[in-house]
Design a protein around this ligand. Structure first.
Ligand code: HEM
Length: 149
C-alpha cells in the first residue's frame, strides 16, 4: 500500500503544481496587451491542463479509490476527506473543459476581437475564476490527509 500512497501524494503534488502554474498564466494573461500573446497564453493553459492537470486529477481520484479499497478501516474523518476532496476535483475538471473551449473559441475569432473584453471572453474568464472556489476544499483535503493518515 505504501507505493499506492506514494503515487496518491505524487499525483496530488502534480495536480496542485499545475494548478498553481495555471493561476500564474491567468494573472500574466490579464497583463498581456497583444492578441498574439493572449492566444499563446490561452493555448499554454490548455496544454498544461491536457498534459498535466487533468491526468493528475483523474490519477488522484483513481489512487484515492484504490486506497479506499485497501484501507484497513474507514474512520469518519476519511469520509469527510473524500467529500471535501471531490469538490476541487469536480471544479478543476469543469475548469479544464472551459479552458479548452476558450482556447478553441479564441483561435476562431476575427483579429479585431478583444479576447478579454469580448462578452464570450468575459464569460470564459468568469467561469475559470469561479472554479477557484475549489481551492479552500483542496487545501482542507490536503490538511486532513497529512494530519490523519
Ligand atoms: C484534493 C484531493 C486530495 C488530496 C490533497 C489528498 C491527500 C492525501 C494525503 C496527503 C494522504 C496521506 C498519504 C500518506 O500519508 O501516506 C491521503 C491518503 C488517502 N487518500 Fe487522499 N487526497 C485527495 C483526494 C482523495 C480522494 C478523492 C480519495 C478517494 C476517492 C482519497 C482517498 C484517500 C485514502 C483512502 C487515503 C489513505 C487513508 C488511510 O491510510 O487509511 N483521497 N490523501
Amino acid at each position: 500500500m505504501t507505493w499506492l500512497r506514494f503515487f496518491h501524494v505524487a499525483f496530488v503534488i502534480l495536480w496542485f503544481g499545475s494548478a498553481a502554474a495555471d493561476v500564474v498564466l491567468e494573472a500574466v494573461l490579464l497583463r498581456t496587451p497583444d492578441r498574439a500573446g493572449r492566444l499563446t497564453l490561452m493555448r499554454l493553459h490548455a496544454v498544461v491542463d491536457q498534459v498535466l492537470e487533468a491526468p493528475a486529477v483523474v490519477l488522484t481520484l483513481i489512487t484515492g479509490v484504490l486506497l479506499l479499497l485497501y484501507a484497513p478501516a474507514w474512520p469518519p474523518i476519511l469520509t469527510t476527506k473524500i467529500l471535501v476532496a471531490v469538490v476541487p476535483a469536480a471544479a478543476n475538471l469543469f475548469c479544464v473543459k472551459v479552458v479548452l473551449d476558450r482556447d478553441r473559441w479564441a483561435r476562431r475569432t476575427a483579429p479585431e476581437v478583444d479576447l478579454l473584453k469580448d462578452p464570450a471572453g468575459r464569460r470564459y474568464a468568469w467561469k475559470i475564476t469561479a472554479t477557484g472556489a475549489g481551492i479552500p476544499f483542496a487545501i482542507a483535503a490536503l490538511a486532513i490527509g497529512v494530519i490523519n493518515f
